[in-house]
Design a protein around this ligand. Structure first.
Ligand code: 1PR
Length: 507
């Protein structure tokens, strides 16, 4: 609204939509601003064309907020579904938001579809030639593209036949995310690589990329001396995962802590190319922090993030900088100082655009009293090297190279308080092992925060996804190695979830 006002577009837009005789498609905020106002950022006035105000989802319902992921639509009238929406059939669509409008008699003539999340909310509006969606058609895969194509073609009637997406459990789907760790190899080419416990180089005696035996190795290629493992080209792999049904794709620039001029960041070109071929959400991480070009030009973290958003990222993921911000948060009596990348990006782009990536390593302790960090009693009879039963998870920075005196749960809690909308929870001990997600870690973090948590590291078979969704509150699970090496297909993961009654998106 601020930007529209500054550009003196408010009245023109209001008149255009109010006339209702020319095509308009509002997406997400483009739906929200048609209402009277929103309580976001302390209160914002809207265009006032539709009765109602945007309010935050009700936290008391105990569901993670933001509402992120693929959910169902319920059409308000079965007989009179607007042609654009009828193209969706019963396929799920992608939402990402913390604020929503609810249906009321005053706005009933506008409401075309609702959805369920902590209660019923408005998912789509339609009247005359005006359509608006709370979901993102541009991120809703083939289903969303059908809507956009219909809008561009001005199609009022003929809608493509839509195949029903099976009788699987409905509601917000648990997400399956494919992750691409990207870096330059020694020849200077950008490749997707994959580490074992963050070591991405082949051991010099072997060229295989099989799992490690779980022994601890230094991170980011400092342990082995061979070539950087090359598992493919970033854009081609992302396109493959989109076609195979990934619910999201994440790119991590794993050498993002090294200095590169902002304009030359190779990931910007990757994102631009990927967003022409991939129509599910894209997250980018690595190097989201204040940066200084070699010529001394300084860029705030917000400017760095803005460059990624403009190039096609939907979310940015902050690693090392979040750890430093969390340490300042605790030193400052659990208060933000308004300067961190999390706070500034969240304020400008919304919490749903800010992911905090956690890179923890397990530290075994003899008893909870032997550390000031919060500990967990490890389940399944696992023990540390000296028979320890307790552990905490030490946060690291710079791709696991340096540890800090901060536990993963503490980081996640601070990140939420500072304005992050999601936690990407890696685990250095499990990375690349194929031994399954660290359930104790995922359980501890996902039960400590009210934002969605993505479990990451260690997936080795479809059953590991079922296990982490059943045993913890996580909203999504991410894998890399098994997908890159074709050991497990995304469809197999979703099949296992569906068989177990876990809601999952198909088609
Ligand atoms: O600190 O903000 O510049 O961000 C750096 C980012 O790069 C962080 O998100 C950090 O997790 C990531 N990163 C840094 N070094 C490595 C490395 O591997 N040497 N990769 C790295 C992290 C971990 C996962 C991986 C899962 C799943 N990769 O994302 O994809 O563990 O793997 P699996 O299914 O094969 O087990 P900053």
């Amino acid at each position: 609204m601020g930007a529209l006002k500054e550009r003196k577009l408010l009245n023109a837009l209001r008149d255009y939509v109010a006339a209702g005789d020319r095509p308009f498609l509002g997406i997400c905020l483009g739906l929200q601003l048609l209402f009277e106002g929103s309580e976001e950022n302390g209160g914002v006035e809207g265009l006032g064309l539709i009765p109602g105000r945007m309010e935050r989802f009700d936290e008391r319902k105990g569901l993670p907020i933001p509402h992120i992921g693929w959910n169902d639509l319920k059409m308000t009238s079965k007989e009179d579904v607007p042609p654009l929406l009828s193209r969706l059939g019963d396929r799920r669509v992608y939402f990402v938001h913390s604020f929503r409008a609810t249906p009321s008699p005053a706005n009933a003539e506008w409401v075309a579809a609702t959805s369920e999340y902590a209660g019923e909310f408005i998912a789509a509006l339609s009247k005359g030639k005006v359509t608006a969606t709370q979901f993102h058609p541009e991120k809703s895969g083939a289903a969303g593209l059908d809507v956009l194509r219909g809008f561009l073609e001005g199609a009022d009637s003929s809608s493509p036949a839509v195949v029903s997406s099976s009788s699987a459990k409905r509601g917000l789907a648990k997400r399956v995310i494919a992750c691409l760790d990207v870096r330059a190899n020694d020849a200077g080419d950008l490749v997707v690589t994959k580490g074992d416990q963050y070591d991405v180089r082949e051991s010099s005696s072997s060229s295989s990329s099989s799992s490690s035996n779980g022994t601890q190795t230094p991170a980011s290629g400092s342990g082995s001396s061979g070539d950087v493992r090359n598992l493919g080209k970033p854009v081609d792999l992302a396109a493959r995962y989109y076609t195979e049904g990934a619910d999201e794709v994440t790119f991590l620039n794993i050498t993002g802590f090294r200095e590169t001029p902002l304009a030359d960041l190779p990931m910007l070109a990757v994102l631009r190319a990927a967003s022409e071929r991939v129509f599910v959400p894209l997250t980018v991480g690595g190097g989201i922090r204040e940066a200084t070009d070699p010529d001394g030009t300084r860029h705030s973290a917000l400017e760095v993030a803005a460059e990624y958003f403009r190039s096609g990222a939907d979310k940015v993921s902050i690693g090392s900088d979040a750890v430093e911000a969390a340490l300042r948060f605790y030193a400052n009596d659990k208060k933000g100082d308004g300067t961190s990348a999390i706070e500034r990006i969240s304020w400008s782009y919304g919490a749903q655009a800010v992911v905090v990536s956690v890179d923890p390593r397990r530290v075994w302790v003899a008893s909870p009293s032997s550390t000031e960090r919060p500990t967990v009693k490890v389940s399944n009879g696992q023990r540390g090297p000296n028979g320890e039963e307790y552990c905490w998870w030490q946060c690291t920075v710079k791709g696991g190279r340096e540890g800090r005196d901060l536990d993963a749960v503490e980081l996640a809690v601070a990140a939420e308080a500072l304005g992050a909308g999601e936690i990407l929870l890696n685990c250095i001990d499990r990375d690349g092992t194929g031994d399954g997600f660290d359930l104790d870690l995922v359980r501890a973090v996902s039960s400590a925060v009210g934002i969605p948590v993505i479990a990451s590291s260690g997936a080795g078979k479809p059953g590991h996804f079922k296990e982490v969704f059943e045993a913890t509150r996580c909203s999504a699970a991410l894998a890399a190695g098994i997908f890159h090496r074709h050991e497990v297909e995304i469809s197999e993961v979703k099949g296992a979830m569906s068989d177990a009654g876990i809601p999952t998106r198909v088609g």
